[in-house]
Design a protein around this ligand. Structure first.
Ligand code: PRP
Ligand code: URA
Length: 216
């Protein structure tokens, strides 16, 4: 179950009942770190089911215990997951459960508290970037500065097939990311109302990194 929004043609909102149920518990300020982590993991896995639906297949024969038959195999190099540190890390294991052969790169970025500008501190992805499908992961798309910078870094490294998966998006972030990178499909579980004056998403779920790692 997906929803499209006319204003944002690159955005897909995943409306699956399990995703929406779990997201509501995730938003709850009473939800503690252990449960928060489990929910991020489960929602990411459910979202990945949708976000992988357009991967391309090639025919592949298979020998069953009874006879030979035709089947399918996902084409190309291994799918590559790239969490934006820190909070994107919480989405990796759930997706790996669905796609265990996926490779994992990392992009280190944090948002300066005063300027809200992304500051980058780490970049490592597997080689053969031009031949891979990348899933860039971050639970929060707020101003869009971090996601746009991360996509730009991936493109500088040669990537050209990038999807961005987040849990909660603000309209400001979707606007910025899709203006900077109209070729990147964005998947989210919710498109929230707006940002507050500190750049937090409303209603949102608070600081995803702090809630995941218990650092508040
Ligand atoms: C959060 C979040 C995104 C970013 C989103 O990370 O996980 O990376 O903010 O904001 P933006 O869309 O306005 O750029 P944060 O900078 O708090 O770093 P952390 O994960 O290390 O806590
Ligand atoms: N980063 C977060 O973790 N939460 C927000 O609401 C905005 C940016």
């Amino acid at each position: 179950m997906i929803e499209r929004v006319k204003e944002f043609p690159t955005l897909t909102i995943i409306r699956h009942p399990l995703v929406q149920h779990k997201l509501t518990i995730l938003r709850d300020l009473q939800t503690q770190t252990k449960h928060f982590k489990e929910l991020v993991d489960e929602i990411a896995m459910l979202m990945a089911y949708e976000a992988t639906s357009e991967l391309t297949l090639e025919p592949r024969d298979v020998e069953t215990p009874l006879e030979k038959t035709s089947g399918w195999h996902i084409t190309g190099k291994k799918l590559t997951l790239v969490p934006i540190l820190r909070a994107g890390l919480g989405m990796v294991e759930g997706i790996l459960r669905l796609v265990p052969s996926a490779r994992v790169g990392h992009i280190g970025l944090y948002r300066d508290h005063d300027t809200l500008q992304p500051v980058d501190y780490y970049f490592k992805v597997p080689g053969d970037t031009a031949e891979r499908d990348f899933f860039l992961l971050d639970p929060m798309l707020a101003t869009g500065g971090s996601a746009a910078a991360a996509v730009a870094s991936l493109k500088r490294a040669g990537a050209n097939r990038i999807r961005f998966l987040c849990l909660v998006a603000a309209p400001e972030g979707v606007r910025r990311l899709s203006a900077a990178h109209p070729d990147v499909q964005i998947y989210c579980a919710a498109l929230d109302r707006e940002l507050n004056s500190q750049g937090y998403i409303l209603p949102g779920l608070g600081d995803a990194g702090d809630r995941l790692f218990g650092t508040k």
